[in-house]
Design a protein around this ligand. Structure first.
Ligand code: NAD
Ligand code: FES
Length: 295
């Protein structure tokens, strides 16, 4: 069992939990994710790792209730336990595995949208701890939905906050801030964009105009998280990839976002999964037997 050490509501719809998970805390790196299960019958819920403390053997997760399982998770308090915490899953961020001296030469821009701020934070923190101060744009619909502002301020080179309604920071979506920064003379060698798929799509269209290579972290529906079920299938360039084992990070300029967003919707119904199976054949389902995608 994995005990919840701290449970906090960050705003009306976003929750933070610190969970004792020694093995994950010991091995995880920024960019990776984990899967939690509340009890024997519980759904497997993939969540990005927002922070980790190797000494305290804890990991921090941030989530937004989007279905029955994440809604039920909001009732968990400090002292309660998850039955399972599986991870770390997926690959660490390129920026933490690439040659450090090469990374130090780069001007890096992070773009975090809404809850996507949570997976951006450990990357910016890791870079800061290794002497690299990246610029960070954080966007949210409104002031109340900005999360981790103080934490991000402590590790970012420059932090640019923007709200869609102009209630805090700059006004407008994150893509407008990218445009403004470039117009102000800023130059970037790489951009990392993490947030809703629609945001990542438009970030990539924007960075493409400025020839800024862009990494995105894809979070399609996941079931097993081990490359078996096919739920997280994506087209990247002319290749088929699975976000859980090949990602979650990909070259954003190659990701087919329109297909990923459409697939996300279709995967939610049995009828949709049947149609995907017909269209995608063998690569639709690896036969894990958990998701019902083959029925
Ligand atoms: P949101 O809808 O409030 O969007 C956050 C910001 O993204 C906006 O403030 C805006 O600046 C930008 N944005 C949104 N649409 C845009 C567009 N069309 N063009 C340019 N910029 C745009 O975000 P939210 O409600 O916090 O996000 C929830 C979604 O994020 C969920 O679908 C969740 O699955 C996803 N998410 C993704 C990751 C990941 O790893 N990619 C991590 C956590 C959450
Ligand atoms: Fe990636 Fe199942 S979640 S293949």
């Amino acid at each position: 069992m994995y005990q919840i050490v701290k449970s906090e509501k960050l705003n009306a719809n976003i929750y933070l939990m610190v969970v004792k998970a020694p093995r994950v805390a010991k091995h995880c790196l920024p960019g990776q994710f984990l899967i939690v299960k509340m009890d024997e019958e519980g759904e497997r819920i993939p969540l990005t790792i927002c922070d980790y403390d190797r000494e305290a053997e804890t990991i921090t997760i941030v989530f937004q209730p989007v279905g029955a399982s994440t809604e039920a998770m909001t009732a968990l308090k400090a002292g309660d336990c998850f039955m399972d915490v599986v991870g770390p899953l997926g690959n660490p961020s390129e920026l933490v595995t690439d040659d450090l001296e090469e990374t130090k030469k780069k001007k890096i821009l992070f773009v975090a949208g809404g809850v996507g701020t949570a997976p951006v934070y450990p990357q910016v923190k890791w870079l800061h701890e290794h002497g690299i101060d990246a610029d960070v744009i954080v966007g949210a619909k409104t002031k109340d939905l900005i999360i981790l502002e103080k934490e991000m301020e402590a590790v970012a080179g420059n932090l640019y906050i923007t709200t869609d309604d102009g209630s805090y920071g700059r006004s407008g979506m994150v893509t407008k801030v990218i445009e403004d920064l470039v117009a102000e003379g800023k130059q970037y060698d790489v951009c990392v964009s993490i947030g809703p798929m629609i945001m990542m799509k438009f970030c990539c269209l924007t960075t493409k105009k400025f020839n800024i290579p862009t990494i995105v972290s894809m979070n399609p529906i996941m079931v097993d998280g081990t490359g078996m079920c096919g739920a997280c299938r994506l087209s990247v360039g002319d290749e088929i990839k699975f976000a859980c084992v090949d990602g979650p990070e990909f070259d954003g300029h190659l990701v087919n976002f329109d297909e990923a967003m459409k697939r996300q919707q279709m995967y939610k119904t049995q009828e949709g999964r049947a149609l995907l199976k017909l269209r995608e054949g063998d690569t639709h389902h690896g036969g894990c037997g958990h998701c019902g995608g083959d029925k």
